[in-house]
Every structure is written in C-alpha cells, then in structure tokens.
Design a protein around this ligand. Structure first.
Ligand code: ZN
Length: 134
C-alpha cells in the first residue's frame, strides 16, 4: 500500500548553496547529508512536517543525476512514495504495466530500500517507491 508522499527530490547543481537556500526557505537546517557512492549522488534532507525535501547533487558527471542536470535545468527530479511493502508494490505495479527501472529494491539514502518507476509509464514523472529498512 502507498502510504504518503515521503519526499520530493530536487536536482541541484551546487549542494552547499542550495542547502543554504532551502534552510532560509524552510527555516530548518538539513537533518542529514549522505553520499550514495554507487549512484554518484550526494543528498541532503530537510524535514517538512510529515514529508521531506531531498536535494540531490552529482558527485560524478556520468551519474544519473549528473546526466539529468546536463539535459535539464535544476528542479523537481522525482516524487517518492512511502510504501509498507515494497515487494508487494513492485509486483502490483508490474501487473498494471508500469515499467520499473530495476527488478528489485536497492539501498537508497536515508535508510531506505528504493525502486524507481520509469517516467514513460507515469506521465513523465520519475516516481520512487521507498520503504524503511527493517
Ligand atoms: Zn528520493
């Protein structure tokens, strides 16, 4: 079951200046910053009520975020939904013909198991499903 919007991912070129900007905007400092080396990304997270904002900057220009920033401007990159059983959702969405970017969940930032849906099957929106690691 999809429970809520867990976070919005925003692609940024410069994490330092974007951290400062979102700290001013939201009135809170990021509660964590984390590199996911395998994905070539550095993230920082801001708590906003029950949801979060995830800033994503590239640590390598050939990483998915690096390529995104080459093709697009900075801005909203993905919407992440919190799910209670990621395998159940993967199977449910596959039978409904959604295209997943991987066949199984992988470790993401902020202690999550994550999987992405291809934007071509979801109105051009990159969607992340995430579940807290148990
Ligand atoms: Zn995310």
């Amino acid at each position: 079951m999809i429970k809520k919007i867990e976070h919005l991912g925003i692609a940024v070129k410069d994490l330092e200046s974007s951290n400062q900007l979102f700290e001013k905007l939201l009135g809170v400092a990021p509660y964590k910053s984390e590199a996911v080396e395998r994905e070539g990304v550095i993230t920082s997270f801001f708590q906003v009520g029950e949801s979060k904002i995830e800033l994503l900057a590239a640590s390598r220009s050939d990483s998915p975020i690096g390529k995104f920033l080459e093709k697009n401007k900075e801005g909203i990159h993905h919407i992440a939904f919190d799910v209670d059983d990621i395998w159940e959702e993967i199977n449910r969405l596959k039978t409904l013909d959604f295209v997943l970017l991987s066949d199984e969940p992988k470790p993401g930032a902020d202690g999550k198991q994550i999987v992405f849906l291809h934007p071509k099957s979801s109105n051009g929106v990159l969607i992340e499903l995430c579940q807290d690691k148990k």
